[in-house]
Design a protein around this ligand. Structure first.
Ligand code: HAM
Length: 415
């Protein structure tokens, strides 16, 4: 038997219903903030992702050469594609642009719970805005989408300037290594790495910075920095909007394009892969041939949200089972069309078994049964059974449809 590739999943109809329900709630949050959806190709030129995304992503990429010899990659994320789209087609539009997306991404990672090789992101990019207000809006939309989904999680806000200022005189490779260890909170390994660099003196301030819980404590470690005023203003706006968040100056983000404020959200019940959202302020447009355009955005790990939510109650439509004998089949198709026309879910029994067996099956999942045997067909009526009460009547089709739809037919009163 052939199996799906490692790190991918299949979704059955009940799972897709739950996913569509949650996706719909997130889309609605984006709409309420004035964001419009964009969609980009599933694969792009490899270079789009190697320019600034950083080695973490590049090493995990599904890259390939096509038959024309072009170097391509399946998208590992959607920020670079969105900014490429902006530079290609939307540069002249009035800014800021408010875009959101829900699409799949591909990363060759070691699969585990909450970590897949094909996964979906719900994300947003606010392009061409450069202010505390823009930073705050991105955090608030991420929060609104997660809350709308029904998730309880913790939002953490940080800023890259602080860590970068402490690590300013390390070379690029050393800084990356230190930041990766900090990201994983491997403080012992960090101490060892700093000693090896002859910079054991940095361990104390780094520890202090990553455990700081207020802006005063954090800037107390680094001294005042450019970006401090904006971060304080962002925090003020988040508080004014009533957001429940805390600071974390150890957030380093796995991608290289961030320039200032960064944020991450964590759900409690996910184990190791508990980061459900990541984002921040960044610049990418100038690398893709556009003007330097400050932007801010985030992506939610949609699959992790689904794992964290567990069972998602989905609003259920009324189900009408349409049962018939061979003589009633044409009328059954007419009845099903009328029921669907009224917005109901009508399911024809295709088994070819007797009406009794069809009814037993209908009783397992449907709310009503519409039944058409030879007698009903010749009389131009239908049997209508309320499967909750067990009451069965003989009715004109239009009245059966109205009953199932929860409406009374005015003509019925006249008879
Ligand atoms: P990221 O942190 O790489 O950021 O990914 C965002 C989210 O995608 C993560 O927080 C996580 O929930 C989810 N995720 C990442 N990898 C996997 C995986 N293998 N399986 C399941 N879920 C995963 C970005 O991608 C940036 N483009 C976010 C952004 C948008 N920054 C600015 N704008």
């Amino acid at each position: 038997m052939l199996q799906r590739p490692r790190g991918t999943r299949d979704f059955l109809p009940h799972e897709m219903e739950a996913r569509s329900e949650v996706e719909g709630r997130m889309r609605e949050a984006a709409r309420r903030f004035g964001y419009g959806q964009v969609r980009t190709p599933a694969f792009e030129e490899l270079e789009l992702f190697t320019l600034r995304s950083g080695p973490g992503i590049v090493n995990e990429m599904y890259s390939f050469e096509d038959k024309g010899g072009r170097a391509l990659a399946l998208r590992p994320e959607l920020t670079a594609p969105a900014l490429r789209l902006f530079v290609n087609e939307a540069r002249v539009l009035p800014k800021p642009l408010r875009w959101y997306y829900v699409d799949d991404c591909f990363r060759y990672e070691r699969p585990q719970k909450g970590r897949y090789r094909q996964f979906w992101q719900f994300g947003a990019e606010l392009i061409g805005a450069d202010s505390a207000a823009a930073d705050a809006e991105a955090v608030l939309l991420a929060d609104a989408a997660l809350r709308a989904a029904g998730l309880d999680y913790e939002m953490k806000v940080g800023h890259l300037a602080l860590l970068r200022s402490l690590l300013a005189d390390l070379d690029e490779g050393a800084r990356r290594n230190v930041m990766a260890l900090l990201d994983k909170r491997e403080m012992d390994a960090l101490g060892g790495a700093l000693d090896a660099l002859g910079r054991g003196d940095l361990l104390g301030p780094l520890r202090e910075l990553v455990s700081a819980t207020t802006l005063d404590e954090a800037f107390g470690v680094t001294g005042s920095l450019p970006g401090e005023g904006r971060l304080r203003a962002t925090a003020g706006l988040l508080e004014a909007a009533g957001l429940d968040f805390s600071f974390n100056f150890g957030i380093v983000r796995g991608l290289d394009y961030y320039t200032g404020m960064v944020f991450e959200g964590f759900a409690a019940n996910l184990g190791a892969e508990n980061q459900v959202v990541g984002g921040g302020a960044y610049r990418l447009a100038h690398l893709f041939g556009g003007e330097d355009t400050p932007s801010v955005g985030f992506a939610i790990g949609f699959d992790r949200v689904m794992v964290a939510l567990g069972e998602v109650p989905v609003p259920r439509r009324t189900v009408v089972a349409v049962l018939s004998t061979a003589e009633g089949l044409e009328d059954a198709f007419r009845a099903a069309a009328a029921l669907r026309g009224a917005g109901l879910r009508a399911e024809l029994d295709l088994s070819g078994r007797g009406l009794g067996a069809q009814m037993t099956r209908a009783a397992k999942g449907a709310d009503f049964a519409v039944l058409i045997g030879a007698r009903e067909a010749s009389a131009g009526v239908v049997g209508f059974k309320n499967l909750a009460t067990g009451i069965q009547e003989t009715l004109p089709l239009e009245e059966a449809v109205a009953r199932a739809a929860g409406r009374e037919v005015s003509a019925a009163a006249d008879r």
